[in-house]
Design a protein around this ligand. Sequence first.
Ligand code: CUA
Length: 320
Amino acid sequence: MIDFRVLPEKASTFAESVDPLYWFLILFVGGFFLVVCAVVLYWGVKYRQRPEEDRPSYHPHAIKLEIAWTVVLVIIALGIFVWGSVLFFRAYDAPDDALEISVMGKQWMWKIRHPNGMRETNELHVPVDTPVRLTMTSQDVIHSFFIPAFRLKQDVLPAKYTTMWFKATKTGEYPLFCAEYCGTEHSTMGGRVFVMEPEAYAAWLRGEGGGEAPDDVLAAGRRLYDRLGCAACHTAGVENRGPLLEGIHGTTVEMTTGETVVVNDEYLRESILNPSYRVVKGYAPLMPSYKNQLEDEELMNLIAYIKSLPKQQVAIAEVK
Ligand code: CUA
């Protein structure tokens, strides 16, 4: 038997909700296509060329009919829009307790790192029934991380973090692709996603599956934090040149422009590479840029360390 599927296997909560919309669109558009074909044929026959005397009478307008079908179609189109938007927002709004995994695309492979520093290439091991959030960036050109079984695809860009999240629903092995043309080996840039029982994933994370030994991300981040002297400015005291970093991740802070920003990985990254672009209110743009001084990976370590800093009993940033 040939294993023929119209759609790939469904293995995430998101797949369950995307497929009905997909089928609705296909059937709706397909149905319309058939109706239009039928009407064209019917009228083609009905109004074929005939002698003058048996031609039907001519109706220039049918206002009620026109209004009716316009209104119905507008309602259906808005319904599809709302349906799609709800799914879109759900796809981008990860739960707070999601497991954080970082993904780096480069010509032509995917490098993945787990929260404890465990790494893998072209393979992604994740626990089943657990929300997982991927923070992704590229070392070179634009790639796109695509897991058909999860119905998720997201561009992976150089010099920027993009994210996506999923909750796998079924253990197993699923294909993973790069879905953005990225050079000669684009077609080979892919791998497999392994959805495992949480205990099996925990064992795998400890290196019991034959993977490489995990690096200590936080220790590496801490070394960078010390080497770069972040604490010299980001500390409470007389100097107080930069906002305190303890507990800052996930908070909302006000900028000098009055704009408010949620401090996430992307904002931390921007603040390290291009600090004067968006400065927290109450501080001067004194910080030098660390562009070209840090590898993407070091940047991820540093951000992971900053995220791990516990909140202290002091005001973080003056949000008035
Ligand atoms: Cu990477 Cu295509």
